[in-house]
Design a binder for this molecule. Structure first.
Ligand SMILES: Cc1cc2nc3c(=O)[nH]c(=O)nc-3n(C[C@H](O)[C@H](O)[C@H](O)COP(=O)(O)OP(=O)(O)OC[C@H]3O[C@@H](n4cnc5c(N)ncnc54)[C@H](O)[C@@H]3O)c2cc1C
Length: 459
């Protein structure tokens, strides 16, 4: 494997050499996917045989292609231009979008970036919690991708099914693309299969935006019984969110005057609320709200017939409404390519795969000391762009550090805050983490940060 890595380094070095040498190809991009948001004049020629005469009609129409999807089977849709580095990015979430915009900003027309994204929009992750609280609606934070394509960046609306790093090829449901550099930012999958019986039950966790909305609807309907939340062992996406969702749900139930008839239980695989620096606030407020919090409860099974959650030790808890966050893992195409067993294995200082040195990972998909959050996804997207630009011969003085700030609800009005900054080696810098108590000001800070971030990413 070491030999292979050295080989790839040489190839990438050669690409960089061409770039540094200033040779910029004039060859146009793939005809299937023009590289800009273009208004293309398409000539349609129709020939109709009428009796013995041939009538030829010529028409023109204007085609706008903001997010591209080929009409016919595209086969190979590689975007390779002479002298440019062909970068393929999987995922148009915060990590993938921030990286793509930053690398084009830093490298100009020395790169082409193809973003592969299966959806046509991105729903803000942090707002999932707001859907449960009833303070935001999904349409307010559903961001379409139209403003991302620009010179140097195209988005292909396709779902990645397989990676073949040995061949530098990505397989999608729409065809294949080759790459010089691959950046994986597909977020996580939920390993529902790890909890027996869970796939047969209606599981209203907030890691899916629609289920988050459905959870609130279900809480509005329930008149008595048990609402049960489940938390997997860390690390998982957005550590404080399971406790926020449970507290906001309990508050909503209390507001409706059903507090004495509806019980709320949190079954936590961890020994205390996550992240540990916020644990005391979460414990205090869960107690205040009357939540039954049970640490070290590792869920093994859900029985949809008896409506019971069963722990690895055989302990049973009855439920009427279920909201379990399953363990988080990298999507199967990442694991099947040998890039990691649970999450993707990378060197946290370079975001480079430990196995292939032309493959990188950023955001939630990687195993790293960094929090799985939108803030970190954006900062590491920017950082990777700087590192890659440097590797391709474009050195810039700025150096973005990986940093996170995260505000978490303890009730609808008040939020705690945590700030962490990491050094180049992925170690928490001295003076961090900084934690602040719940305040009402943190509510507006969080809303303002989310609004500005969505605007910066999706326009
Ligand atoms: C309930 C909840 C609360 C949260 N609260 C906060 C908060 O307060 N603060 C904060 O900073 N963060 C918060 N987050 C976390 C934040 O949303 C994520 O950490 C962030 O979105 C990660 O960005 P990403 O780009 O790595 O992945 P994602 O946002 O998951 O984006 C991945 C993209 O890849 C695409 N994709 C996946 N597989 C494929 C495929 N096979 N083919 C093509 N495309 C694919 C997906 O469609 C998606 O668009 C919260 C998340 C949740 C669920």
């Amino acid at each position: 494997m070491a030999g292979q890595a050295t080989n790839r380094r040489a190839v990438l070095g050669a690409v960089a050499g061409v770039l540094v040498g200033g040779v910029i190809g004039a060859v146009s991009g793939s005809t299937l996917f023009p590289r800009e948001v273009v208004k293309e004049r398409e000539v349609i020629r129709t020939e109709t045989r009428i009796a013995e005469r041939t009538v030829t009609q010529t028409a023109e129409r204007t085609v706008t292609q903001p997010v591209m999807r080929p009409a016919a089977s595209p086969g190979d849709f590689t975007w390779k231009e002479s002298g440019k580095t062909n970068i393929v990015v999987v995922g148009a979430g915060p990590a993938g979008v921030q990286f793509s915009k930053s690398i084009v900003e830093l490298m100009g027309d020395r790169v082409t970036v193809t973003i592969l994204e299966r959806n046509l929009s991105w729903v803000s992750g942090p707002a999932h919690v707001d859907f449960v609280a009833g303070v935001k609606k999904m349409e307010q934070v559903t961001m379409t991708l139209e403003k991302i394509p620009r010179p140097g960046i195209r988005i292909v609306n396709a779902s990645v099914v397989q990676l073949r790093p040995e061949e530098r090829t990505v397989y999608t449901n729409y065809g294949t693309t080759k790459y010089d550099v691959l950046v994986l930012a597909p977020g996580i999958d939920l390993a529902t299969w790890e909890i027996l019986g869970l796939s047969k039950e209606r599981n209203l966790h907030a890691w899916d935006p629609v289920r988050a909305v459905m959870l609130r609807e279900e809480l509005a309907k329930i008149t008595s019984g048990n609402v049960v939340f489940g938390v997997p062992a860390a690390p998982y996406k957005c550590p404080p969110a399971p406790y926020e969702v449970a507290m906001l749900s309990r508050e909503f139930i209390n507001e409706q005057g059903k507090g004495d008839r509806v019980k709320v239980t949190v079954l936590d695989s961890n020994s205390g609320p996550q992240p540990p620096p916020k644990a005391s606030y979460f414990r205090e407020h869960m107690t205040k709200l009357g939540i039954d919090y049970r640490p070290n409860f590792k869920i093994a099974e859900v029985n949809p017939e008896t409506k019971e959650v069963i722990s690895v030790d055989g302990e049973k808890v009855k439920y009427d409404v279920l909201s379990i966050l399953p363990p988080n893992v990298a999507p199967s195409f990442v694991r099947e390519a040998g890039l990691g067993t649970t999450y993707m294995d990378v060197d946290p200082t370079t975001f480079r795969s430990r196995r292939y040195d032309d493959v990188y990972g950023i955001g939630d998909v990687i195993l790293s000391p960094y929090t799985r959050s939108m803030y970190v996804a954006m900062r590491s997207g920017r950082r990777l762009a700087e590192l890659l630009a440097e590797r391709l011969g474009v050195s810039r003085p700025e150096k973005t550090s990986v940093y996170n700030i995260c505000w978490s609800y303890v009730n609808k009005r008040e939020l705690t805050v945590i700030e962490v900054e990491w050094d180049d080696a992925g170690r928490t810098k001295t003076g961090f983490p900084r934690v602040g108590p719940p305040t009402a000001e943190n509510f507006s800070r969080r809303q303002e940060w989310e609004r500005a971030s969505l605007l910066a990413l999706y326009g």
